[in-house]
Write a protein that binds this ligand. Structure first.
Ligand code: LMR
Length: 355
């Protein structure tokens, strides 16, 4: 072996020894890294997917985000709620099946879409069921709302809370809607619910039960003349840009039932259940205020941003609408059940006297 080869071999051996020392040092440092809370959280992290169909700047969108934030905080990052808005995962009816199949762990469909589970939910769709936010809050968070959430158990679902959104208004491209008879001959997109269908039929209109996320396209394509919805949905989904008229009718309630699959709920530890419930209660109280605030802010924005003509029903007009729509109460009395109807009637009486 000549001198040059000897030197090259020594150099190689030296380099290999240095590499080995560096490697040993790195691995021993990795083993002795302090084990902190972050790692603890990550290794045991629970992730719940929360799917919904509306925009983020709506009562439901903001409440879902708020809930996710609270759960993250309360669990020190160990429980993560990942929110999928705008129907990005599932449409309104699909999400109920997705929850049952375990594809998502939380949903908050509008209560109108729950009559397919139990017709009792229809009590909330009755025309002018509630006539003020105070009545909504008392009804929804009292025995009436509790009974409805409990009815979900029959379908293996765990009802966690009601998140009211607000009152429905009417929008249309066919003339101003001032009197109930102005709806005659018009076609409206409505939620998937027969009580609502009956109301439109009573007024001589045609109602199409379609998914929320098709509404804008149906209006734009002229397949419907109008729709009914909350101010927040009319604003955030830009229905006001494709509709010429809006009437502030406040003719119906729109709100959400937040739920999980009962088995998924049962599998959680006491601590996880406690954190979810605490965060849910705080979010629910927060939403009661926030929904009202958003409604008035976004009504103002619609007025500022568009040329849509807005008509407000007078108290006298409202009585006429109530009277025209009243037969729906008798039509669905058996389906809803006497108990819930009596509770609603007592609430209506109390809030009428307080007005
Ligand atoms: C609708 O379908 O119009 C609403 O239920 C959408 C929603 O979830 O607010």
């Amino acid at each position: 072996m000549n001198k040059t080869y000897k030197y090259a071999l020594l150099l190689l051996i030296g380099m290999a020894a240095i590499a080995l020392m560096v490697f040993q040092r790195i691995s021993s440092e990795a083993e002795t890294l302090p084990y902190d809370d972050d790692q603890e959280g990550l290794s045991g992290q629970i992730v719940f997917k929360f799917s919904h169909v509306v925009a983020e700047n709506t009562p439901k969108g903001q409440a879902a985000d708020k809930f996710a934030e609270l759960v993250y905080e309360k669990s020190d990052g160990a429980i993560q709620i990942v929110v999928f808005p705008n129907g990005s995962l599932y449409s309104d009816i699909e999400e109920i099946n997705a929850l049952k199949d375990g594809q998502v762990q939380m949903i908050a469909p509008s209560t109108s879409k729950l009559t397919r589970l139990s017709e009792k939910w229809g009590v909330l769709d009755l025309p002018y069921a509630f006539t003020s936010y105070a009545a909504i809050t008392e009804g929804i968070h009292g025995p009436l709302g509790d009974e409805l959430l409990k009815s979900l158990e029959a379908d293996g679902l765990k009802g966690l809370a009601h998140w009211p959104s607000g009152f429905k208004q009417l929008t249309s491209n066919k003339g101003p809607i001032e009197k109930p008879e102005d709806l005659a001959g018009q076609t409206f997109r409505i939620m998937q619910n027969d009580i609502i269908q009956s109301q439109f039929n009573l007024l001589g209109a045609t109602a199409k039960q379609e998914s929320f996320n098709f509404t804008y396209n149906l209006i734009e394509a002229g397949e419907v003349d109008g729709e009914e919805n909350t101010i927040s949905n009319i604003y955030s989904k830009k229905f006001y840009t494709v509709q010429d008229h809006m009437t502030i009718t406040n003719h119906g309630y729109l709100g959400y039932a937040v739920m999980m699959d009962q088995d998924v709920w049962n599998q959680q530890t006491d601590q996880t259940q406690r954190i979810l419930l605490e965060a849910m209660n705080e979010t629910t109280a927060w939403n009661d205020e926030n929904a009202q605030k958003l409604e008035s802010e976004q009504l103002q924005l619609i007025k500022e941003k568009s040329a849509i003509r807005i008509h407000e029903l007078s108290e006298k007009d409202k009585l006429e609408w109530e009277e025209k729509l009243a037969p729906v109460y008798a039509e669905y009395a058996d389906a809803i059940g006497a108990g819930l109807l009596q509770e609603l009637a007592a609430l209506q009486k109390k809030h009428l006297e307080n007005q």
